[in-house]
Design a binder for this molecule. Structure first.
Ligand SMILES: CC/C=C\C/C=C\C/C=C\CCC/C=C/C(=O)SCCNC(=O)CCNC(=O)[C@H](O)C(C)(C)COP(=O)(O)OP(=O)(O)OC[C@H]1O[C@@H](n2cnc3c(N)ncnc32)[C@H](O)[C@@H]1OP(=O)(O)O
Length: 303
């Protein structure tokens, strides 16, 4: 059962088995202080900052997990809770995802969660990865990724799960599903999300090579929808959201659901098998070795 302690305008929730408005359905501790002024509601857990303007219906969700917004178990838990709360909030109609870190949208899944841990830990972590994708890909409200930096693997998946992608036109940035470069494999639902966005042939090349695209190449293959100067990413996302919100919510929502539900249902039908598959795969000595080498490579690059 959730213990929800209210203190003035803030609350602390300590685990729950059921989602209640403003509560946590995950058996994990979360602390989400709330304060509001005029039409703005802001909340900030340690890794996710939410700013909802109820006069426009637009929420900005910022990743703030330095140095690279890697998606750890804690990050994913806070992220899914924030999205659930916004989904239940009638004053929110659209969500913009962006990063509070300079130059990096997200470095993807936290590799340390997949390295040197127990099978039970891998299973818990993987379920939280499934949770965030299921939440995002089937999200009832309009979502825009304001991609203001590098976005490999899990970072790219989060962007792909939005309804629209705007990327900073900085030729140094890269986006793509690079899993094979780490010696690991994007699971079928990452692949489905990519295929649904860029088409089968491009996904074949992209996933097998683990290609990371420059913004202009990402635009060419339809991996992102629009490039803008870096300083305009969030402003353009807000303007774009306003245009989308001119469409009646129920009509847009039903259209989205028609297109995405079959893909969501595929994972829902095989979640446990997918988790087992992940745990077996990532527990292999050869995969652990690849991940260890990749982590060493990341560290040595800096020296
Ligand atoms: C039969 C099988 C069938 C099916 C398969 C079954 C199951 C599926 C199996 C597996 C699926 C897994 C899916 C995985 C998805 C992922 O997302 S994996 C993560 C991929 N991410 C990356 O490759 C990004 C790596 N990082 C970078 O390239 C760079 O860090 C950056 C470009 C993002 C930023 O560069 P810099 O600003 O130069 O920062 P640093 O490189 O110095 O990094 C700072 C610090 O952060 C650490 N770090 C970076 N990325 C990660 C990460 N993803 N996880 C954890 N830690 C990360 C980096 O090591 C540095 O650490 P310190 O040296 O400071 O300690």
């Amino acid at each position: 059962m959730a213990a929800v302690l209210r203190r003035g305008a803030s609350f602390i929730c300590l685990g729950s088995s059921q989602l209640l408005s403003g509560g946590c359905k995950h058996g994990r501790t979360c602390i989400l202080p709330f304060f509001s002024s005029n039409n703005r509601n802001s909340s900030s857990s340690s890794k996710i900052k939410v700013d909802l303007d109820s006069s426009t219906g637009i929420a900005v969700v910022k990743f703030q997990n330095p140095p690279v917004n890697s998606m750890s178990l804690d990050f994913l838990t806070e992220f899914v809770i924030s999205l659930e709360k916004l989904e239940l909030d009638k004053s929110c109609r659209g969500v913009i995802l962006t990063s509070a870190q300079p130059k990096i949208f997200s470095a993807g899944l936290d590799i340390l969660e997949m390295y040197g841990k127990s099978p039970e830990h891998y299973a818990e972590f993987w379920k939280s990865v499934q949770d965030i994708w299921l939440k995002m890909y089937g999200y009832r409200k309009m979502t825009i990724a304001a991609i203001n930096g590098f976005s490999p693997a899990g970072g790219c998946l989060v962007a792909l799960s939005c309804d629209y992608r705007i990327m900073a036109d900085n030729p140094r940035y890269r986006i793509g599903l690079n899993e094979t470069q780490l010696g690991i494999v994007a699971p079928f639902w990452f692949k489905d999300t990519m295929v649904n966005t860029v088409g089968h042939r491009t996904a074949e090349l992209s996933l097998q090579f683990g290609l990371m695209y420059s913004p202009s190449d990402a635009l060419k293959i339809g991996l992102v929808d629009q490039l803008v100067p870096e300083e305009n990413v969030l402003g353009t996302a807000t303007e774009t959201m306003t245009k989308w919100l001119a469409i009646p919510d129920h009509a847009r929502e039903i259209s989205k659901s028609m297109l995405r539900k079959p893909t969501v249902d595929r994972l829902l039908a095989s979640r446990d098998a997918d988790t087992k598959n992940f745990v077996n795969f990532v527990s292999r000595d050869s995969i652990q070795k690849s991940l260890g080498l990749y982590l060493t490579m990341l560290k040595e690059r800096k020296e």
